[in-house]
Design a protein around this ligand. Structure first.
Ligand code: GLU
Length: 142
């Protein structure tokens, strides 16, 4: 079962995100990841325990005032780092997505978005959301 944590605060939210993931760890998962916003988006992902994500965050001195975090229970795409959430769109550097559940029409959405030039970097259904948001964001900005 997936777990989702998000935080926005005046102080660094990385400890809050990790604390949330540690609390959700009992539910089971196959990979974990987070993104924090700090002069761009900084993403960390692993197929190991949340403790490993915590270690990566310390090593990279990850920090930011807003972030999202996820523990994944794979339904589409193998449990791997490239399939772990959060997902980005190649056409929007400020959009990161985490998701719970299944997108039933992801195959048709994937084909449509590929035809628009979006490049998929994972095997997940989730990634279509990142590209779809980027697509509509670009349209509304033009
Ligand atoms: N369907 C998504 C995936 O396979 C989300 C799974 C989940 O709820 O953790 O990545």
């Amino acid at each position: 079962m997936c777990g989702i944590v998000s935080a926005i605060a005046r102080n660094n939210v990385v400890p809050t995100l990790l604390e949330g993931l540690f609390r959700l760890e009992y539910r089971g998962y196959d990979s974990a990841g987070l993104v924090v916003a700090n002069e761009g988006l900084n993403r960390l992902r692993t197929t190991a325990r949340v403790a490993e994500l915590d270690k990566l965050a310390s090593e990279e001195n990850a920090m930011g005032h807003a972030g999202i975090a996820h523990t994944r229970w794979a339904t589409h795409g193998a449990p791997s780092e490239r399939n772990a959430h959060p997902h980005f769109s190649d056409k929007a550097s400020k959009i990161a997505i985490v998701h719970n559940g299944i997108i039933e029409n992801h195959e048709v959405m994937r084909k449509r978005l590929q035809a628009e030039g979006f490049k998929f970097l994972s095997d997940t259904d989730t990634e279509v959301i990142a590209h779809l948001v980027a697509f509509h964001h670009a349209k509304s900005a033009s």
